[in-house]
Design a protein around this ligand. Structure first.
Ligand code: GCO
Length: 413
């Protein structure tokens, strides 16, 4: 099989992905914004104007469509829609309605993420995802958002990567749950909102407790979203790494995979699809996860350049759940756009192999449409197909934008 001969299935979703806090700008009622302004919190810089997508979405959506994509994955912002507990903003919901209408005008299927890490401050002040009962707040928000937007949604993701905190902790890049609770920046944030707690995901959250709340919240949200209006596939997205064990360390790998992925996949089995988000592989030795080997190519995030990880995670998620897969994120932070094209080309060859083996892969969304606010790393990592000038907000296409747009238009590599 040569690349040229392979056509992706008709109706394959070719998308780009983004998230509200990372591109909208001015998300000042969110838990993350507050933390970004607390000294000692793990943020290289504040998100500020981001890509001003909140105001520029009409041109941005037209641009995405003109490149050749047929899908746009974005998140709606809970902190804007329910700025205070129980107080819903019609204006914010209207804003997202206009975004959805704009997608349809440009023949883009909108994949809507209800929660992409950020929450309203009031939710963090109530203990956020650490408190099981708080799942009900999320379900109520999903119900209200669906009532206003559901007729226009193409596919829904309840939660984005609820397992990412566990994944980062495992890699040793985040303190333990106990240390997080005592972190001075978390204590300061609680004080700022007049509470005795402030749990923001994933920066300062007890991830073990959050896991149970997320699992419960997902099921509650799934039901209220499925109740309509609208009739679209609903699922969640997981941060998945291609977990490879050195010979003899399979049980170490399997234990980690159980704790971080499988418990979520178990709950996802009743969904319409599973959203796979993959960036690299993790290798396991007898002591646990290993750093990338000396001398291997690394991305701006420090990840090993390993585009083949996508194929492995699609196979794992599809096999484990029996569900169709949407690749809701895959991409690379790099300054070298030629390496981006190489990365995506190899990742898509893996998708082709999955499709050839009969695995139901429904779509591929590149992360990310723009160079954007990469959480704690600030604006340094460049994941975008499109560069954004931080002062003028001018958008500049990279060669990868035109390359992947052509792949999308022609449905072939
Ligand atoms: C995540 C999120 C995105 C990131 C992306 C690049 O995976 O953490 O879904 O918000 O920006 O993955 O790291």
């Amino acid at each position: 099989m040569t690349d040229e001969q392979f056509l992706f299935p008709a109706g394959f979703l070719w998308g780009v992905a983004g998230a509200a806090h990372q591109i909208e700008g001015g998300n000042s009622n969110s838990d993350c914004w507050l933390l970004e302004h607390i000294p000692g919190a793990p943020f290289a810089e504040p998100s500020g104007d981001a890509c001003d997508h909140y105001h520029r979405y009409p041109d941005d959506i037209a641009l995405i469509s003109s490149l050749g994509f047929n899908t746009y994955r974005f998140s709606i912002e809970w902190a804007r829609i329910e700025p205070e507990e129980g107080e819903f903003s019609h204006a914010a919901l209207e804003h997202y309605r206009r975004m959805l209408i704009t997608c349809h005008e440009h023949n883009l299927t909108p994949i809507v993420t209800y929660h992409h890490f950020t929450s309203p401050r009031w939710f963090a002040a109530k203990g956020g995802w650490e408190i099981s009962a708080n799942a009900e707040y999320f379900a109520r928000y999903c119900e209200r958002a669906t009532a206003a937007l559901g007729d226009l949604i193409g596919a829904g993701c309840t939660l984005n990567e609820p397992n990412v905190g566990l994944l980062i902790q495992e890699g040793g890049h985040m303190p333990s749950d106990d240390e997080i609770v005592k972190a001075p920046f978390r204590v300061a944030a609680a004080k700022a909102v007049g509470s005795d707690t402030f749990s923001a995901f994933p920066a300062c959250c007890r991830h073990r407790d959050a896991r149970d709340t997320f699992l419960k919240a997902h099921r509650l949200a799934f039901d209220v979203i499925k109740a309509g209006p609208g009739d679209f596939p609903v699922g969640m997205t997981l941060a998945m790494a291609d977990r490879q064990a050195l010979p003899g360390s399979e049980d170490v790998r399997d234990r980690a995979r159980h704790e971080i992925d499988d418990v979520f996949l178990d709950v996802a089995r009743d969904d319409d699809y599973i959203g796979v988000q993959t960036y690299t592989r993790s290798r396991y030795g007898a002591e646990g996860p290993l750093p990338p080997e000396e001398g291997v190519e690394r991305t701006q995030m420090g990840y090993e350049f390993w585009p083949e990880a996508l194929e492995a995670t699609i196979r794992y998620a599809a096999d484990y759940t029996g569900l169709p897969v949407i690749v809701t994120e895959n991409g690379i932070g790099t300054q070298d756009d030629m390496r981006r094209i190489e990365y995506v080309r190899r990742a898509l060859q893996g998708v082709q192999r999955c499709l050839s083996d009969g695995i139901a892969v429904r779509g591929y969304c590149y992360w990310s449409v723009f160079d954007n606010f990469e959480w704690g790393f600030g604006y340094r990592p460049q994941f975008g197909l499109i560069a954004v000038d931080r002062i003028t907000q001018t958008r500049t296409l990279k060669p990868s934008a035109e390359w992947l747009g052509r792949v999308a238009r022609t449905n072939t590599l």
